[in-house]
Design a protein around this ligand. Structure first.
Ligand code: UT7
Length: 314
């Protein structure tokens, strides 16, 4: 069975930059608290763009960089937990706007682990022969589901999209997307929710923090093991961007001394399902990871869900 690989990446962020001082003008917070406790300095907040607009922009860039055309794409998967427009789903909206005819089109909602879930879903479809070239996107407009009067959450999030074009590997070629390690702790789902009408993000921050810093490192190591890659060979680690202290806590337990550690949260905040492809796309754009090098992706969050895999850098 053929595997798949990432051919190209793209990302999109709205132009409106919101600083910590901007937020201190609307809720009782300050720059020092946000930098120290979370690591965020700025985030982008969409004004007119929808989840589908941002997804289309990111996917369009990834497609343009791939050497493929819309006619080659037969599957679009969008990871999002913030799309207000439900039907047509975001994937179909993106496909229509990019001129992709008749693709399998689906949205995946596993909150912040969504991109790794969506990537695995597309990879599995390619392995099964149900797709040959796919676009996988993480896109979030969290500003739509943020309570802007709640300082414990409104300082954390940002809006963005990131996308990857996948293609089937040639006969004999090493797969570029390793086996996924995915799962959830559904009995603990209440600690991070977006529910009710209108839906707002609510979380027990410390409970999520403890789970993330204790449960996830062994699972990320499992993703390396299943891919047959030694942690010391990992060239970059791109975890979900929720908190620099969480990232540091996980990194300490991974033994990945040669990895570039993605910390896009500093400039982009927590963009849920968009955070992993956004950070990866920026690392590649800045040429911080050589083509072909193994990169460990690991998403986690609402649900509580997690998913990760080792991919070869395009
Ligand atoms: O992406 C999905 C997954 N989500 C995560 O991984 C989030 C995980 N959790 C976290 O990253 C952290 O728990 C937070 C960043 C959400 C919060 O940091 P914390 O160090 O756990 O703070 P805390 O909630 O324990 O609050 C400490 C203090 C409280 O004041 P008192 O009770 O000690 O007087 C809060 O009221 O900080 C206060 N506080 C704030 N102060 C200034 C809470 N939010 C703010 C704020 N500005 N924005």
């Amino acid at each position: 069975m053929a595997g798949s690989r990432i051919v190209s990446l793209g990302h999109y962020q709205p132009s409106r930059l919101v600083t910590n001082d901007d937020l201190a003008a609307i809720v009782d917070t300050n720059d020092e608290w946000i930098r120290d406790r979370v690591g965020i300095v700025t985030r982008r907040v969409a004004e007119t763009e929808s989840v589908a607009d941002m997804a289309t922009a990111a996917a369009g860039k990834a497609l343009a960089a791939s050497g493929l055309t819309a006619a080659d794409i037969d599957m679009v998967v969008v990871a999002t937990c913030s799309a207000i427009d439900r039907c047509p789903n975001t994937a179909a909206r993106v496909a229509h706007r990019l001129g992709i005819a008749a693709p399998a089109a689906m949205d995946v909602n596993t909150a912040c682990s969504g991109f790794s879930y969506a990537l695995a879903t597309a990879d599995h479809a390619i392995r099964a022969g149900a797709s040959r070239n796919a676009i996988v996107i993480g896109s979030e407009k969290l500003s739509d589901v943020t309570d802007w009067t709640d300082r414990s959450t409104c300082v954390l999030f940002g809006d963005a999209a990131g996308a990857a074009v996948l293609t089937a590997t040639a006969d004999g070629e090493e797969p570029g997307i390793g086996p996924v390690v995915w799962g959830s702790a559904p009995e603990r789902g209440d600690v991070l929710k977006i529910e009710g009408w209108r839906p707002y993000i609510q979380q027990e921050g410390q409970a999520v923090f403890r789970w993330a810093t204790t449960a996830l490192a062994p699972l990320a190591l499992q993703a390396c093991e299943r891919a047959g890659v030694a942690p010391t060979d990992i060239a970059a680690f791109v975890p979900h961007q929720a908190n620099t202290r969480i990232i540091d806590g996980i990194v300490k337990r991974l033994n990945i001394p040669n990895a570039v550690i993605a910390k896009d949260i500093v400039e982009s905040g927590n963009t849920s399902a968009a955070s992993v492809p956004l950070a990866l796309s920026k690392l590649v754009e800045r040429r911080e990871v050589p083509s072909g090098a193994p990169v460990l992706l690991f998403g986690f969050g609402g649900g509580l869900t997690y998913a990760g895999q080792v991919v070869r850098c395009p």
